[in-house]
Each structure stands twice: as C-alpha cells, then as structure tokens.
Design a protein around this ligand. Structure first.
Ligand SMILES: Cc1cc2nc3c(=O)[nH]c(=O)nc-3n(C[C@H](O)[C@H](O)[C@H](O)COP(=O)(O)OP(=O)(O)OC[C@H]3O[C@@H](n4cnc5c(N)ncnc54)[C@H](O)[C@@H]3O)c2cc1C
Length: 286
C-alpha cells in the first residue's frame, strides 16, 4: 500500500522548485514514478507532497540543436528508443534504450528521474558520462547550473542536486565524424549487473581519443582512464585481439562495489570493455 500523499501540479519549473523548497523533506519531485512509487511502496520514502512535473512545459523537448542533442528531463526511455532523430546521431543510445528494463518502465520512466535517482545501476548515467554530456538544472534558491554528467553522482543513490533543484535537460554532444560510442551491459535479473560504454575518437584510421566508463558493479559509474589509454593508437581495423589490453587494464583498475564478487566483476568488466571497444572500432570501418 502507498502511504497518503497530496499531488501538487505546478505549471512552471520555477513553481515546482518553489514547492520543493517550501515543503522541504516532506516533498519529492514526481515524474514517471517508477522509482519513487516503488520506494514509497517499500516504505523507503514517505513524502507527503508529490510535486508532479508532468504539466510543466518545456521539460519534454527532444532534438538536435546545433552540435548537441537536447533531451528534456521528462523525455521517457521509450521516446528515446523510438526517435529517428536520436538514432541518426547517437545510434548506440537508441540501442541502449531498447534493452533498458521492460516496456512498462520504458514508457513511464524518464531521463531526469533516472539521473536524479543516483542509482549506480544506470545504463544511462554510464553512457552519458562517456558521451561527455552535461545536465542542466534549475533551483529555487541558486542560479541555473550546468553539471558534467560525470560530476552528478557522488555516492550510491546520492547526487549533487539540492533538495529544491530539478534536472531540466541533458545535452549530449553530437559525435563528429570519426567519433563513435558503444554500450554493453550484463544483466541477471531486473537491473544491470555491469554497464560499460566506450567512446572512441579517430583520425586517419587510428584511435586518437578514448573514454571508457563502467557502472553497476562499481559504487557509481566511473571512468577507467587506464583502459582508455590502452585504446589510444589502435588502428580501427586492428581486429578483436587489439582490444585485449584495454580489457585487462579495465579489470585491473575498476573499483568493485561492496557485496559483489570482486573477481567475477573484474572479469565481466574486462569482457564488456573488450566487446564495447570492438563494436566501437567496427562502427568506424567504412
Ligand atoms: C524494474 C526496473 C528496472 C530498471 N532497469 C533499468 C535498466 O536496465 N537500466 C537503467 O538505466 N535503469 C533502469 N531502471 C531505472 C529507470 O530508468 C528509472 O526507474 C526511471 O528512468 C526513473 O524515472 P521516473 O520518471 O520514473 O522517476 P521517478 O520515479 O518519478 O523519480 C525518481 C527520483 O528522481 C526524482 N526526480 C524525478 N524527476 C526529477 C527531475 N527532473 N529533477 C530532479 N529530481 C527528479 C524523484 O523525486 C525521485 O527521487 C529500472 C527501474 C525499474 C523499476
């Protein structure tokens, strides 16, 4: 059973922030409700006021503006999955969304809710850090700010967001020619056990820049610079063996979250880094 609550329906993002500020710990932002209502049913949260964001205009924009894809906080996983515009610039994101959770969660769950939850098991957070995305926020008290996706989560289930601060949008740079991303995940039950995204930049057939991020088995989604370094200088047609050292470096460097079998997690991270790097390289072969 859900505890009693009152739904508040602001019509502007500033009003939503003001309601969060006014009611403090008695209030929570409410988007798709897939995390929040679950937490309330399990007795892990009991906000008396749900500040419903669904009628707030401007939070549902989705499209390429200039050199970035802008994803409003209320955009659902399903909208991303079905967007031809997203598929044209970030096909790996569409592929990620196709695999995320199940159709019910994808239809209701939003990008803002996924990131604000601060869950380590977030495919999206892993991907957005590798993609060098930024997160725009608005609060009742402070000026709007733009946060690197890599800086948003500080601990499991903990973000830098203030209680009266809302995610309004995410900006993902459109990869220029010669740059590609690939995402891999390993899942046993409901949520991913390991997530990995690799971003590669190339010039004249050689990797000139790399980012490797692992999540779910880590306390928070985290960059693995040793694995990224091992990808630098590889020829795009180097074949599957070429990415072996990156997998080994990832296994050696990753910090495994408490309560997870460390050897198994390192092995999985290594496999997924090799797979993602192999896919990213294959994307670049004309
Ligand atoms: C069974 C299950 C399987 C899942 N599998 C995956 C998976 O495979 N990969 C993956 O990445 N994720 C997975 N998820 C997570 C899923 O993506 C999130 O539940 C969803 O995106 C949350 O969005 P929501 O709109 O429902 O958030 P809500 O439940 O409405 O809110 C979640 C939290 O974020 C806050 N919030 C909501 N919107 C904002 C905002 N704009 N600004 C600030 N705070 C806000 C709320 O106050 C609340 O604390 C899974 C979830 C479930 C329940």
């Amino acid at each position: 059973m859900l505890p009693d609550f009152t739904i508040l329906r602001p019509r502007a993002v500033t009003d939503a922030c003001a309601l969060l500020a006014e009611h403090g710990t008695d209030a929570a932002a409410y988007a798709g409700g897939t995390e929040l209502l679950l937490a309330m049913k399990l007795g892990q949260a009991a906000p008396r006021y749900l500040v419903d964001l669904k009628d707030v205009p401007g939070l549902d924009t989705l499209g390429v503006r200039g050199d970035a894809l802008r994803i409003g906080a209320l955009v659902t996983h399903r909208q991303l999955e079905l967007s031809a515009e997203v598929g044209a610039v970030l096909p790996a994101l569409v592929e990620l969304e196709r695999q995320l959770a199940n159709p019910r969660i994808r239809s209701s769950g939003t990008v803002g809710g996924n990131l604000a939850s601060g869950r380590p098991h977030s495919d999206l957070a892993t991907f957005l850090i590798a993609a060098e995305a930024t997160v725009s926020t608005v609060s009742a008290t402070d000026p709007p700010r733009t946060i690197d996706a890599a800086e948003l989560m500080v601990a499991p289930f903990e973000t830098v967001l203030a209680p009266d601060e809302l995610v309004v949008a995410v900006q993902v740079p459109v990869p220029p020619p010669g740059t590609t991303l690939a995402h891999e995940r390993f899942i046993l039950v409901e949520r991913p056990a390991v997530t990995v995204t690799v971003r590669l930049e190339t010039a004249e057939g050689v990797v000139t820049g790399a980012r490797v991020v692992a999540g779910a088995a880590t306390p928070i989604p985290t960059e693995l610079p040793g694995a990224a370094d091992a990808l630098l200088g590889l020829p795009v047609d180097g074949g599957p063996e070429a990415v072996g050292p990156a997998g080994a470096a990832a296994a050696a460097q990753v910090t495994v979250a408490a309560g997870i079998d460390e050897d198994y997690a390192r092995h999985l991270v290594s496999v997924l880094v090799r797979r993602a790097a192999g896919t990213a390289l294959a994307n670049l072969i004309p």
